[in-house]
Write a protein of this length. Structure first.
Length: 464
């Protein structure tokens, strides 16, 4: 640990000295010897020199650093770099990473940057940008090694030597026919172990998994998780091989999806950039709409209270337990929605499981509600023994009202929290929209109706 700290300090000290001396040759030599992650940390630590750092690196290493920086930093670097350096950097970036960056920029900026690309890279980028946003087409790279069934192993090695250097990965080779249609994929291990005169068609086994270019990127995440692959081929609707998706790109997508879901579960719109880099006004806009929606929902709680105004006036003691009832329902609903959203995100729960989920949550709602109801009844009994005048002579009926209300409210909360994400998924919306605050607001209103309905059942003719 101390060695790492000393190393970091040494790098920073060396960098600061070179900045003062404006020694570009030594700076280039220093930066090119560091790990990519160390240079990225240097960019974060010296934002005033971030474009200078990348400009003084070999273009290949600069592209590797640029890939792992956050979007805000990437935008600033592109803005500060000289046009020729920007052109070098964009042309060196893998097509999929370049596309991911460009799709976050305004259209007029994208048009200007595309002009800096060489004809081949421009054609690839325009092709990728033509696919729907968040589709696998935007995620794939055209840099892969393909071979034909009639090739011999010796010919395959010649192909690898010729094209492998520019490929995203050579762990897997892709077999296509003369029409460009996908046939199979073969691990490099199988090629290495085969005899030189053996043909590719003798090695293929038909056990392949493909992604459709128009599928959602979440599909890629789920497919990789289920199939333990480092790369997967992407095909068109007519089975033409268009590109490949690698595991590193999918991990970035999974991280972005996780961040968005966490923000939406917390009751806010997903942020497009890091929290500390988001302008105050933009952060306000992202949060205020949700808060207004939740506030308007909570106004229904006041309406429900007003509807039962006469009952509250006759038995003021009922008002004491309103926060207890609605918070219990909201908490149970928040629990259920969070569990189901997380299970859907990792593929443990799908729409086909809705009945199984409902049955489980009915049982959980009854068990949890009964547990809270018993505690609530015991609490009223203890307080009555300490202060008999607090609940009066009919404390048992009040206890039964609170206990049964908790069972009903918690049951309704678990059902609402578990079914709402599935319903939104069915309608094509993001399940994370059914966030904990949203479910809690919904259950607050209905919880009051359940509570006062129970009061009418147990206390009618007694206190009401």
């Amino acid at each position: 640990m101390n060695f790492e700290l000393e190393k970091e300090e040494t790098l920073r000290e060396q960098f600061e000295k070179l900045i003062e001396r404006e020694d570009r040759l030594e700076m280039q030599d220093l930066l090119n010897k560091q790990n990519i992650s160390e240079v990225a940390e240097l960019v974060d630590q010296y934002p005033e020199h971030e474009s200078q750092i990348l400009a003084n690196m070999s273009v290949h290493r600069a592209a590797s650093v640029f890939k792992i920086l956050d979007l805000h930093t990437q935008k600033h670097i592109i803005k500060e770099l000289p046009p020729f350096k920007t052109a070098e950097l964009l042309n060196e970036l893998p097509a999929d990473d370049r596309t991911s960056f460009l799709e976050e920029l305004p259209g007029n900026v994208v048009r200007e940057l595309i002009k800096l690309l060489n004809p081949e890279e421009r054609k690839i980028t325009l092709s990728l940008l033509g696919y729907p946003e968040n589709s696998i087409g935007r995620l794939m790279t055209p840099d892969y090694v393909y071979i034909y069934p009639e090739n011999t192993v010796e010919e395959v090695f010649e192909t690898i030597r010729k094209y492998g250097k520019d490929s995203e990965t050579i762990n897997v080779l892709y077999v296509i026919n003369q029409n460009g249609e996908f046939v199979d994929d073969i691990r490099i291990r199988d090629i290495i172990l085969a005899a030189p005169d053996k043909k590719v068609e003798e090695l293929i086994d038909g056990r392949f998994v493909t992604l459709n270019v128009f599928d959602d990127q979440e599909t890629a995440n789920e497919t990789f998780r289920m199939n333990n692959r480092v790369a997967l081929p992407v095909v068109s609707n007519s089975n033409k091989l268009l590109g490949i998706v690698t595991i590193d790109d999918v991990l970035w997508v999974a991280n972005e999806e996780f961040s968005e879901d966490m923000q939406m579960i917390g009751g806010t719109e997903a942020l497009d950039e890091p929290y500390l880099d988001t302008p105050a006004l933009k952060l306000f806009k992202k949060r205020v709409l949700w808060l207004i929606a939740l506030f308007l929902g909570e106004l229904l709680t006041a309406s429900a209270m007003a509807y039962f105004e006469d009952e509250i006036a006759k038995a003021v003691v009922l008002a004491l337990f309103v926060p207890l009832i609605i918070s219990s329902g909201g908490n149970s609903g928040s629990q259920a929605s969070t569990l189901v959203i997380q299970a859907m995100a990792v593929g443990e729960v799908t729409l086909a499981h809705w009945w199984k989920v409902m049955r489980r949550e009915i049982l959980q709602g009854l068990l949890l509600g009964t547990a809270l109801g018993i505690i609530g009844f015991i609490r009223i009994a203890i307080w009555h023994s300490i202060s008999p005048h607090l609940y009066g002579t009919h404390w048992e009926y009040i206890g039964f009202t609170v206990g049964c209300s908790l069972i009903g409210v918690v049951l309704w909360g678990t059902l609402s929290g578990s079914m709402l994400p599935l319903l939104l998924k069915k309608l094509g919306a993001d399940p994370a929209v059914s966030s904990a605050p949203f479910v809690a607001t919904l259950v607050d209103v209905t919880g009051l109706v359940i509570y006062f309905s129970m009061a009418l059942i147990f206390l009618k003719g007694i206190l009401l």
